[in-house]
Design a protein around this ligand. Structure first.
Ligand SMILES: Cc1ncc(COP(=O)(O)O)c(C=O)c1O
Length: 405
């Protein structure tokens, strides 16, 4: 009989904090009350996918590029990716080391399907992007967390990282990779060259594959971004990125993984990716042709991203200042992406946990944010700074009223 027990035990891991309060928000909206949303990191509703990208996708579809494509990716798309990395980071990525995927999300699945299993795991920094945990556990992997230093702008804590790696080893976990998210969702931190060099050195010493999720690499408020591919060229490295954020095209579901490294292990991993990409047939073909234009049309993209960053920096800084004015809230300034991760004084708020705070915020103030514990660090909130200033003000005012009790 088909019943609840029929589900695989691995479904126990499939939870997603960002959407958890959906039924509550739906009930409130059905009663005719507007919910102020600062919970989902999707830039499309606020900025829209640039027209030149949509036109390229429609053109490809009308030209008949709607059949199955090459499993690892369409050649012009892989070539556009390789050119982008040469142009931005002077990094040589051979086309046979690049794989087109259904977003970074599928690239992570490929990685975990290839490397995880019982007794294995990966190291990651906390707070983290929540979807990575179920995606790891489904494949039997165990996370090993190293908490970042909030007071230093959510910087990596190298002593803690070494300590956690040692602890995991002593517990018998066979760690396979070290996962970096830079710029960071949920903190808005952007780590610089020195920090990346130190992380790369630790990964090398510990013989860990380095995995760098750089999906926000052009969403930087000031200065230039350093990619892990500029500092970790001499060791096994996987760089992840996609159209979702920098090109404001989340629903196109297109991403890529670059598997860099000459050693035999990387060859074996590339072979695993070839096989995995074959069994899922191919990534969306029209989306890949949209991707060719997205990556090659430097002029249109640079105009878009400059305007986007200027606007989002303004919104982020407004929200950051406003939050720090609220008694019991302290917030680090974001350097990129579109998130803030303020700390709440739970005692002052009268709530036992950040989850209770978030529920009250939605029920009483009709503001929908996400609890920090969903990102691995309790006593915090994650706020998406994409909405216009009036919406951010409404969200902050709701938080301020709730803090007053
Ligand atoms: C750090 C990070 N990685 C990956 C993703 C998902 O990327 P994609 O849409 O390419 O699957 C997100 C989405 O919010 C993210 O914040």
């Amino acid at each position: 009989m088909f019943s609840h027990e029929t589900l695989s035990p691995r479904m126990e891991y499939v939870q997603y904090a960002i959407r958890e309060l959906f039924p509550v928000a739906e009930r409130i909206e059905k009663s005719g009350v507007k919910v102020t949303r600062v919970n989902v990191g999707d830039p499309v509703p606020y900025f829209g996918t640039p027209k030149y990208i949509l036109d390229a996708m429609a053109k490809a579809a009308h030209e008949g590029k709607t059949s199955y494509g090459r499993p690892p990716g369409e050649t012009p798309f892989l070539s556009a990716i390789a050119n982008r990395y040469k142009r931005l980071y002077n990094f040589d990525a051979g086309q046979d080391s690049i794989f087109a995927t259904y977003g970074v999300s599928e690239a992570i699945q490929f990685l975990n399907a290839s490397l995880m299993g019982e007794g294995r795991g990966c190291a990651m920094f906390s707070p983290y992007y929540p979807a990575y945990i179920p995606q790891l556990r489904i494949y039997g992997g165990e996370p090993c967390f190293s908490t970042c230093d909030e007071e230093r702008g959510w910087a990596p804590d190298f002593d803690d990282l070494k300590k956690q790696l040692k602890k995991a080893k002593e517990a018998g976990t066979d760690l396979k990779y070290l996962h970096v998210i830079n710029p960071c969702n949920p903190t808005g931190a952007v780590w610089g060259k020195k920090q990346l060099e130190e992380i790369a050195a630790i990964a090398k010493d510990e013989e860990l594959l380095l995995v760098s999720d750089e999906i926000y690499d052009e969403m930087i408020f000031d200065g230039k971004f350093t990619s892990m591919c500029q500092v970790a060229t001499g060791q096994p490295l996987v760089v992840l990125n996609g159209l979702s954020k920098n090109w404001c095209a989340t629903g196109l579901r297109l991403g890529w993984a670059i598997l860099h490294g000459k050693d035999a292990h990387m060859g074996t991993l590339r072979d695993a990716f070839v096989r995995l990409s074959s069994v899922r047939l191919c990534a969306s073909v029209p989306a890949q042709y949209a991707g060719v234009e997205a990556l090659n049309n430097e002029k249109a993209h640079s105009e878009f991203i400059k305007g986007f960053n200027k606007e989002v920096k303004n919104r982020s800084d407004f929200c950051w200042k406003r939050l720090n004015e609220i008694p019991g809230i302290s917030c680090q300034r974001a350097k990129g992406a579109f998130y803030l991760f303020p700390k709440i004084d739970l005692k002052l708020s009268g709530c036992r946990t950040d989850k209770e705070f978030i529920l009250k915020l939605l029920e009483k103030e009709h503001v929908w944010a996400v609890q920090g514990s969903g990102f691995g660090v309790g006593g915090h909130l994650r706020i998406v700074t994409l909405p216009p200033l009036e919406t951010l003000e409404t969200a902050c005012a709701g938080i301020a009223r709730l803090m007053k009790g």
